[in-house]
Design a protein around this ligand. Structure first.
Ligand code: GRF
Length: 189
């Protein structure tokens, strides 16, 4: 059984979707743990409701190998999934989990990636630029921000009258459709 830790910072709709998927498909993977840097994040309620352990670790603890790695070892974590995780991933974690950490980014990287490109900022920029399509990217996490090898992309049309909120809804639907399966195909199958 491959044991997955999800790192998240906020709402956690992707975390919930991934947890549900691996609870429903007995495919050799399971979400063992959620790590969250915000004590009041909704993802913590979602994890509790789904019976998955969650650990709150503020930024300083996540950046401290002596605090973070023992938690991952205690849970026997093989694979890390970033799902709406807003902190930079520390270098020691990338080294330890090289090619075993993926992130989902809500644009077609390399477009709309990098510093400052997170959450609604991305969808606002996509609409402001008059893009005709946007999408999602699942990629390995490397030292550069949003720069790791791309594993999977899916796109969706942007209509002329779409608001950033409309685009966000389309993106969430793409994420719901694809992200758990891509994790499974990358690490489990
Ligand atoms: C998602 O759009 C994800 O692609 C991005 O941040 C958002 C997180 O949403 N990295 P949620 O917390 O999973 O609801």
């Amino acid at each position: 059984m491959k044991r997955i830790a999800i790192f998240a910072s906020g709402n956690g709709s992707n975390a919930e979707n991934v947890i549900n998927y691996f609870q429903q498909h007995r495919c050799g993977g399971e979400v063992a743990l959620v790590i969250c840097n915000k004590p009041d994040a909704a993802v913590l309620d979602r994890a509790a409701r789904l019976g998955v352990d969650a650990v709150v670790m503020p930024r300083a603890e996540i950046n401290d190998p002596d605090r973070l790695l023992p938690v991952l070892d205690e849970y026997g974590v093989d694979v890390i999934v970033l799902a709406g995780f807003l902190l930079m991933v520390p270098g020691f974690l990338i080294e330890r989990y090289r090619n075993r950490i993926v992130n989902i980014h809500p644009s077609l990287l390399p477009k709309y990636g990098g510093k400052g490109m997170y959450g609604s900022h991305i969808h606002e920029a996509v609409v402001a630029a008059g893009e005709r399509e946007t999408g999602i990217t699942v990629h390995f996490v490397s030292e550069g921000c949003d720069e790791g090898e791309v594993i999977f992309q899916a796109s969706v049309p942007v209509a002329g009258n779409d608001t950033p909120a409309d685009v966000e809804a389309k993106i969430h639907e793409l994420e719901r459709l694809h992200f758990p399966r891509v994790i499974r195909e990358t690490f489990i199958d």
